[in-house]
Design a protein around this ligand. Structure first.
Ligand code: UDP
Length: 431
């Protein structure tokens, strides 16, 4: 018999760990569990060169697109906007690449992650079905859907504001401040881009979301009905796509962090991490430190460079030799020695979360971190910082009851050490 030809899928990953990690996991599953062959298209990262997970099967072709200029964009531009622009400028080379692949191998499907929706018309041009991959949740997709629906019949250039509050399936009520930054003002340029992206989603055959219906039952059900009415492509919850511990182990090997955790009692350590880009101000870093110190609990804190310009993320900023630990309050490391470990920049998070010593997770509620916490069964303290994290925090606290939300100050000021300590103590029990 002739050898069976595997259908070939081309996946398109925008830079940043939060997108790359789940898209690689999706690629692995398509290849190992569903008989596909795959090309993974990447972009030259804006910042530190990201290494691809070792779990990616060797048979996957990695195709990096040539670098494009983006240094004309303002240094403080909203991060997703920068990524979307990077991708838009890479479209000519993507078209060339896709034509070259399809000249030898028929492409069964194109799977761009959701920041790469400008690639959807290319799929139409090539006559290839496209499935857009949402690296976040179905609730976020609901925002996009509402935005598109709200503008049905709108004239070009007319932007209508989402209601305040916005009601979400499952009874969540989002105030304006709970929305991702881009959705808050219908006058901001990013609002127009989000609407355009949402409209492009309708070109897709389906929308893959890194979630599962038990996590968001009401939103998943809402989309079943919406798709039946033909108002949106079918939404397929394919998550949770999280790395396995063994994958992380293969990548990082022995880790001083894991060795330290091995020496701690079961369910005793508070793990603190704000993802691959979340950042606190210098003052907030000091308050968090004082709060952790005051609890008396054991902790493992992944300390990132503080933000010096008021933004809550520092993706791509900073140099390799920056040492975030120098920003900790004087004497903090010595005073907490033995029961606390502060590490710079990065920890093997999946392994930390599934370690028996880990009891709680203070998290920025990035969706990957959220799924990793949920998969490991670790209760969370929600400390949302940017993009859709405030909404994720509400989902975790109000709909799922798996997180306590840190009470932020109405004026956006620094969260006091007392609040940090009280919330950690409440979650850890014992007062
Ligand atoms: N991550 C990690 N170690 C760290 C910080 C982050 O392994 O010290 C991983 C984390 O496990 C997750 C991803 O980076 O898979 C961050 O994605 P998330 O959606 O949580 O947040 P983002 O970085 O996009 O804000």
């Amino acid at each position: 018999a002739p050898p069976t030809v595997r259908p070939h899928v081309v996946l398109l990953a925008s830079p940043d760990a939060g997108h790359l990690i789940p898209l690689c996991e999706l690629t692995r599953r398509l290849v190992e569990h569903h008989g596909f062959s795959a090309t993974l298209v990447t972009f030259h990262s804006l910042s530190e060169q990201q290494s691809l997970p070792s779990s990616l099967p060797a048979s996957v072709t990695i195709a990096p697109l040539p670098a494009v200029q983006i240094d004309d964009l303002p240094a403080n531009a909203y991060r997703p906007t920068v990524l979307v622009e990077l991708i838009r400028r890479s479209l000519p080379s993507l078209r060339t690449l896709l034509r070259s692949i399809s000249s030898t191998t028929p492409i069964a499907a194109l799977v761009p992650d959701f920041l790469c929706s400008t690639a959807l018309p290319l799929a139409t041009e090539l006559g290839v079905p496209a499935y857009i991959f949402i690296t976040t949740n179905i609730t976020y997709l609901y925002l996009i859907h509402r935005l598109v629906e709200l503008h049905e019949g709108a004239s070009p250039g007319e932007y209508r504001a989402l209601t305040d509050p916005l009601e979400i399936p499952g009874g969540l009520s989002l105030r304006r401040a709970d929305l991702p930054e881009g959705y808050r003002s219908s006058k901001a340029p990013v609002y127009a881009r989000l609407l355009a992206a949402g409209r492009r989603y309708r070109l897709a055959h389906g929308v893959l979301a890194n979630s599962f219906s038990e996590m968001e039952p009401a939103a998943a059900e809402a989309f079943r009905q919406i798709a039946e009415q033909g108002a949106f492509p079918p939404v397929l919850p394919v998550g949770p796509l999280v790395r396995s511990e063994s994958d992380e182990e293969a990548a990082a090997g022995a880790s001083p962090v894991l060795e330290w955790l091995d020496g701690q009692p079961a369910r005793s350590v508070v793990f603190v991490s704000f993802g691959s880009g979340g950042a606190l101000s210098v003052e907030q870093t000091a308050e968090l430190a004082a709060g952790l110190e005051a609890t008396g609990h054991r902790f493992l804190w992944v300390v990132r460079m503080p933000s010096l310009d008021g933004r809550s993320y520092t993706f791509g900023a900073g140099a390799d030799d920056d040492d975030p630990l120098v920003w900790l309050p004087q004497g903090f490391v010595q005073r907490t020695q033995g029961r606390g470990l502060a590490v710079a920049a990065w920890a093997p998070q999946v392994r930390v979360l599934s370690h028996p010593a880990t009891a709680a997770f203070v998290s920025h509620c990035g969706w990957n971190s959220t799924l990793e916490g949920a998969v490991a069964g670790v209760p969370m303290i929600a400390w949302p910082l940017h993009t859709e994290q405030r909404m994720n925090a509400l989902l975790l606290e109000e709909s799922l009851g798996v997180a306590l939300r840190l009470r932020e100050r109405e004026d956006g000021g620094v969260v006091a050490r007392e609040e940090v300590a009280a919330t950690v103590k409440e979650l850890m029990g014992g007062g």
